[in-house]
Design a protein around this ligand. Structure first.
Ligand code: DGJ
Length: 710
């Protein structure tokens, strides 16, 4: 008989996780999802009995169970949770005795030993207040000789009804493009071997009922909070197991545990919901509960990159700063090009001294000018990188990651520093600390512009991505500790390092180098599944997109950037007064709604017509909401028909109004839109079910729609 103490129930934030301690090999999660309520003793035990599979012909006599760390020694014949050996011996770990080391209503820590292989495994599972399930495992070598670890991953069971997978892929200028697959028997694996997650990595791997969308369909997803190599995989077995695994992807010999040493996995985080909006709300709520989470009213940022590129000239940048202050910018970020030898992207990385051929009086004049205008000053850096054409590379060729004495193929004419070498981190800390001490710098844009290859340390001759990521996190923390209030943006050729590992140590991500608003609609939508808007940089570009060559009006460019951490990246020193006034209106519009955007619940609508996009943010109390409606392409419907608004409070009555600073509707031969002319007040329920007529717009036009409860 199964007793109640054999079954653990973790419960918080609308999520239940039930764990059976009696499954062969290691405990198994038998339920992850809906809150099951206060399960009384026998009902909890019965849940475990109900989950026991039958033995079937042609299979093992003990049916394999999907445990938290599935192992071959317990009959698991698919991907194991732990792989390693002692030079080939002890290749099949067997976790004999499992103790509940610690347990609360929301957390359990299991400690298990393999007495033969002399290993200890500690598995920590916890459900946070937002209902996210976190898993983190530690393996310790208790033997006297080395243990070579190849893999330790977190395993999440997903419902058998999950028949479709969603993940993201991408490239420079188009990160986080969604892709869907049938979730059939076998394994769907997303590896990242770029030393950073990479533009093509998946931000999450979701498994849900067929056709699940943002508004409905049960869906579970896993994200790995890690900024280095990683593997996320979904697998369905013939024995009706369905799972998602996530963990670090280790290179050969990268983690060799000497006697007494341990390896701990990154945090693997699982969320679920009825629809992706509910699933992503858990990530947002959990992040917002952190004591170090950036507060609302994120400063409007003017970044110099697309405005001047490498053309650093005090007069030009002073005029740009003046224009920024005039339109209401609150932070001015001096991008790439300010340090020694950096006249283009072929040289200088590593030499973090102000280039006195461009800045003869140092950065003082521009910093003082910016701060005298009431704006914060921010500075671009790319500390992990080095150009072979730099004093640093010439002085310390052994500081560059490499394998077998040969430097890797260059990327953007640069190589990567070995942060696992303490001397490298000391140098970087000294350089950055002295810049932050000398100048009034409130913000660092921390870039990382190439993938890693052959990332070996000359000190050990071994792969050093794992150690490098941990050293990076320590460096970021040390700078923040020395300079309280300093904010850091994680950028990597745009959005190639977007993960909740880096966001534990930084304050926002640069979502993409592509600021074409049409591309951004998709990039921001799928980034937003994990990352809340206040951590996601979105800038208004010039009318002509530098990355796609398309032209767009200001309402589209600014309207798409509005629900995010808003900024400007455009040479606005050349604009006339009317153009500056129009941009200032959008900055004001953002400031008016940023508290809503940065604290509210993000919703994305599943429209029946793919020619349009509808998304919004609803305030935590449901009293106010802002949606953007974008006509992406032409539609076959004309007029487009009604749009319905998910996410509002069903029982409230909302006054609905068009709120764009630019409100002229597109096209000739149209009548006016009745509800825009004669504002209506409707219940959240009516807005969710009956809806209101969508405006007739030209393609690539956007309108803001405001909802205020009365
Ligand atoms: C890549 C970034 O994504 C850009 O925003 C810019 O900072 C450049 N690097 C500078 O080299």
């Amino acid at each position: 008989m199964q007793s109640r103490s054999d079954v653990i129930h973790l419960r918080a934030g609308g999520t239940s996780v039930v764990i059976d301690l009696t499954t062969p090999g290691f405990p198994a999660i038998i339920h992850w999802g809906h809150d099951l309520g206060l399960l009384a003793g026998p009902r909890l035990a019965d849940l475990a009995v109900a989950a026991r599979p039958q033995r079937v012909s042609g299979a093992l006599d003990t049916p394999p169970r999907l445990t938290i760390v599935p192992l071959e020694s317990a009959g698991w014949q698919n991907e194991p949770g732990l792989i390693g050996s002692r030079r080939g011996r002890d290749f099949s770990p067997r976790l004999g005795s499992v103790d509940v080391h610690d347990q609360s209503a929301t957390t359990v820590i299991f400690v298990a030993h393999d007495d033969l292989a002399q290993l200890r495994l500690t598995a920590t599972l916890s459900v946070d207040e937002a209902g996210l399930l976190h898993q983190r495992h530690t393996i310790t070598n208790l033997g006297s000789d080395d243990y070579g670890l190849e893999q330790l991953v977190a395993t999440f069971p997903v419902p058998h009804t999950a028949r479709q997978l969603l993940d993201t892929t991408g490239r420079h200028l188009r990160e986080r493009s969604p892709q869907r697959h049938d979730f059939t028997t076998g394994r769907h694996v997303r590896d990242s071997r770029r030393g950073r997650p990479g533009a093509d990595s998946t931000l999450f791997l979701a498994a849900g009922t067929p056709g699940f969308g943002f508004e409905r369909g049960t869906v579970h997803a896993v994200h790995l909070a890690w900024s280095g190599n990683q593997r996320i995989a979904a697998e369905r077995t013939v024995a009706a197991h369905a799972l998602v695994q996530a963990g670090e992807l280790l290179s050969s010999g990268e983690v060799i545990l000497a006697s007494g040493e341990s390896y701990t996995t990154p945090d693997a985080i699982g969320s679920w919901g009825d629809g992706l909006t509910a699933l992503s709300a858990r990530f947002h709520e959990s992040l917002r509960a952190r004591p170090n989470h950036p507060v609302a009213s994120r400063p409007v940022t003017l970044n110099t990159w697309e405005a001047v590129y490498f053309d650093h000239d005090l007069d030009r940048l002073t005029r740009l700063a003046d224009a920024g202050a005039r339109v209401g910018a609150e932070r001015f970020v001096l991008d790439d090009g300010w340090f020694r030898g950096r006249r283009d992207d072929t040289a200088g990385l590593g030499d973090w001294f102000v280039d006195d051929s461009v800045w003869p009086d140092g950065l003082g004049p521009i910093v003082e000018h910016v701060t005298s205008l009431g704006m914060q000053f921010g500075l671009w850096v790319e500390p992990e990188m080095v150009n072979p054409d730099s004093d640093l590379a010439r002085a310390h060729p052994d500081w560059m990651l490499q394998a077998g004495g040969t430097l890797p193929v260059e990327g953007r004419q640069q190589q990567v520093l070995d942060l696992s070498n303490p001397a490298v981190c000391e140098y970087l800390l000294e350089r950055l600390d002295s810049l932050l001490t000398e100048y009034d710098i409130a913000y660092l844009k921390w870039d990382h512009n190439r993938d890693l290859l052959d990332a070996g340390s000359t000190a050990t001759g071994r792969a050093a991505v794992h150690a490098g990521v941990l050293a990076l996190y320590r460096l970021l923390d040390e700078l923040k500790a020395r300079h309280p209030g300093l904010e850091i943006e994680s950028c990597a050729s745009g959005g190639a390092r977007v993960d909740l590992g880096i966001l534990e140590h930084t304050d926002r991500i640069w979502t993409s180098d592509c600021i074409d608003p049409l591309e951004r609609l998709t990039i921001q939508k799928y980034t937003n599944i994990v990352v809340p808007y206040e951590l996601m940089g979105a800038h208004v570009s010039g009318p002509h997109s530098h990355s796609t060559g398309r032209r767009h009006d200001l309402a589209l460019r600014a309207g798409v950037a509005l629900p995010a951490h808003f900024g400007i990246e455009w040479d606005i020193s050349e604009l006339d007064d009317a153009e500056l006034d129009e941009l200032a209106e959008w900055v004001t519009a953002h400031k008016r709604v940023r508290e809503l955007v940065h604290t509210g619940r993000a919703v994305h609508a599943d429209l029946p017509d793919a020619s349009a996009d509808l998304r919004g943010v609803v305030s935590p109390d449901g009293a106010h909401a802002l949606y953007t409606y974008t006509q992406v392409t032409t539609s076959t419907s004309y007029p487009p028909g009604p749009m319905t608004f998910p996410g509002l409070d069903d029982s409230r009555v909302y006054r609905v109004s068009l709120a764009s600073p630019t409100t002229r509707l597109g096209g000739s031969g149209q009548s006016t839109l009745a509800w825009a002319e004669h504002p209506v007040a409707l219940t959240g329920l009516a807005l969710r079910t009956t809806g209101i007529q969508a405006p007739v717009l030209f393609p690539e036009q956007l309108r803001l729609i405001d909802f205020t409860a009365i």
